[in-house]
Design a protein around this ligand. Structure first.
Ligand code: URA
Length: 245
């Protein structure tokens, strides 16, 4: 029987196929042929030429994804003052993954996500549930610092988020914590702000997804820390295998 979880999983697979270049899906038998096959002339639902889906037979490693990112020039951020790409840090087999927005000044200097003031608060949040930064994996939607720490722009998100999604697919964490609006929107394909999404226990493929407030927001609004603590208790319960969570 189809339930909410099956639908979430299906949506996740379709998104992943999109990352591999599929323009759509169809029940037409012609679609079972590959682009290189003789007679391959399947129509795409969107009207665009179909692209065959060739997902990698084995799971990509983080090193392979990093190598593909290279010295990225896919969006304008590479010429707007970035010092280095901030790919991600932590355990490649982590059960718990945090996704933030974009590197700031300190992260751009050190090449590591969440090392500035917001990062120090994130470290405390991680430690509050008995984990360390080394246990978890931390990445951002955007890998390069936007100038003056402005919000990422839609074209920048569009170029960069596939790499974050591939990181998630490589790590296959049990729980993903989306820190703030940009991470939650990228993972959930929604335009809802974090204020609307927070407090919900969602699915991302086989993982649970918990949207919560960004630590930089907590620095400005410390009275919201209580809600993040509630979210982190859910994270801890899921990691412990508590089925009520
Ligand atoms: N804010 C983020 O979203 N990511 C970082 O790495 C640092 C600050």
């Amino acid at each position: 029987m189809t339930d909410e979880r099956d639908l979430a999983e299906l949506a996740w697979h379709l998104r992943l196929f999109g990352q591999f270049g599929a323009a759509g899906i169809s029940g037409d038998p012609a679609w079972r042929r590959r682009a290189g096959d003789v007679h391959a002339s399947a129509p795409a639902l969107s009207g665009a030429a179909p692209t065959a889906v060739h997902p990698p037979a084995t799971r990509e490693t983080l090193d392979e994804i990093r190598a593909d990112l290279g010295n990225c020039t896919r969006c304008k951020l590479h010429r707007l003052g970035r010092r280095q790409i901030v790919f991600g840090t932590g355990n490649p087999a982590a059960e718990l993954m945090f996704v933030g927005e974009a590197p700031g000044h300190d992260e751009d200097l050190q090449g590591v996500p969440f090392v500035g003031r917001a990062g120090q608060l994130l470290t405390k949040i991680i430690e509050s549930i008995g984990c360390s930064r080394e246990d978890v994996y931390i990445a951002n939607v955007i890998k390069c610092r936007p100038p003056e720490n402005r919000n990422p722009e839609p074209d920048e998100v569009a170029s960069c988020e596939p790499f974050m999604l591939r990181q998630v697919e490589s790590i296959r964490p049990k729980v993903i914590v989306a820190l703030g609006t940009f991470a939650a929107q990228a993972l959930l394909r929604t335009s809802d702000p974090i204020s609307r999404l927070r407090g919900r226990l969602l699915h991302y493929g086989a993982a649970r997804l918990i949207p919560t407030f960004h630590p930089a927001y907590l620095l400005r609004s410390p009275e919201r820390k209580r809600e993040v603590w509630e979210d982190m208790k859910n994270v801890r319960a899921i990691l412990r295998g508590d089925t009520r969570a």
